[in-house]
Ligand binder design. Structure first.
Ligand code: CO
Ligand code: ZN
Length: 333
């Protein structure tokens, strides 16, 4: 899991520029899927055929994209002004190292004459790529180029720290699940989606095209286990979560209950999750066509959307076990 996660989190892939992540995944799963294709939007779709014609068609989704900083202007001194791709908070990016697709690196800072730093907005910030002036900067970066955090994966105890765990941790779980599943009565369609961070866009089009019987997405969620954090009944290391609700979906009770039942049968630790703000791919999947019964399995993650997101190894392993347990058996809703 470590090498896979290092490769996935090290791949450049802000929303709309997921090519490098897609290449890593395609390489990993090519011997485990019956069919692999890429759709118009760039979603990577891997099909594992079911042995039973009456089996369900299950869409599994994890998003490949990560948040980023998009260049809006280059000033005469070579500083880059930027806007956000997805949920970028000023405080998460202050003095972070960032990298562009072509390898250009820089550091993010802000206008220090600002009186009250609490009012800091992205439009008072800039990326310094070490250029002397606009002309020199323009040789490395153009308007519309996107930078992402530069933060190689590291281990701390039983945890991984790295950027883009949201949602490369989910991609890693799906990759390991494809490899773990020997045989299933169900037709399993693994979709590594694009553009989740800007509004669940890849999940929307792929769900329409696939028209699945059930949708399950795998993403990270917040925790309530750090000092004086906002209360939330999710702890790192206590197991993957079975989502009940977030801002994008109220999970279908039958899908939620199926997840709980399989976890309890197999003795897999799990937690129930209510995420007060935030959404994920199932938010788009469940509203496709006339509606698709959908749920979410989440990986607890601290410091989401920062350069150093932390997940627990056992939560990822148990997410693979839980998904495998669900997918290898008959599903009746
Ligand atoms: Co996110
Ligand atoms: Zn996510």
């Amino acid at each position: 899991m470590k090498t896979l996660l290092a490769n996935l989190t090290g791949a450049y892939g802000p929303s709309g520029r997921e090519e490098a992540v897609r290449d890593v995944i395609r390489q990993e799963i090519r011997d485990y899927a019956d069919e692999i294709r890429e759709d118009t939007m760039g979603n990577l779709i891997a099909v594992k055929k079911g042995r039973d014609a009456k089996g369900k068609k299950v869409m599994l989704a994890a998003h490949m994209d990560q948040i980023g900083l998009i260049v809006t202007n280059i000033d005469e001194n070579g500083f880059l002004r930027f806007s956000n791709i997805g949920g970028v908070s000023p405080f998460n990016v202050i003095h972070r190292r960032v990298v562009f697709q072509n390898g250009t690196t820089g550091v993010v800072s802000y206008e220090t004459e600002l009186e009250d730093i609490k009012n800091l907005k992205l439009n008072k910030m800039y990326i310094d790529i070490g250029a002397a002036d606009r002309e020199e900067a323009g040789k490395q970066v153009r308007i519309g180029d996107v930078a992402v955090y530069h933060a190689p994966l590291t281990e701390a105890g039983n945890r991984f720290i790295g950027c883009a765990m949201d949602d490369r941790a989910g991609c890693a779980v799906l990759v390991e699940t494809i490899k773990a599943i020997k045989d299933s009565p169900n037709e399993l369609v693994f979709v590594f989606t694009v553009q989740e961070e800007v509004g669940l866009r890849g999940a929307k089009t792929s769900a329409y095209s696939l028209n699945p019987d059930i949708g399950i997405s795998v993403d990270v969620t917040l925790t309530g286990d750090t000092p004086k954090s906002r209360p939330m009944a999710v702890n790192l290391g206590d197991g993957p979560t079975v989502k009940v609700k977030d801002s994008s979906i109220i999970c279908h009770p039958k899908v939620k209950n199926l997840m709980i039942q399989r976890a309890e049968e197999a003795g897999i630790p799990y937690q129930l999750e209510v995420l007060e703000a935030g959404g994920t791919d199932s938010g788009a999947i469940h509203l496709s066509r006339e509606g698709v019964p959908s749920g979410v399995i989440s990986i607890p993650c601290r410091y989401v959307h920062s350069a150093h997101e932390m997940v627990d190894k056992s939560d990822m392993e148990n997410a693979v076990r839980l998904l495998t347990g669900i997918l290898e058996k008959d599903i009746s809703l």
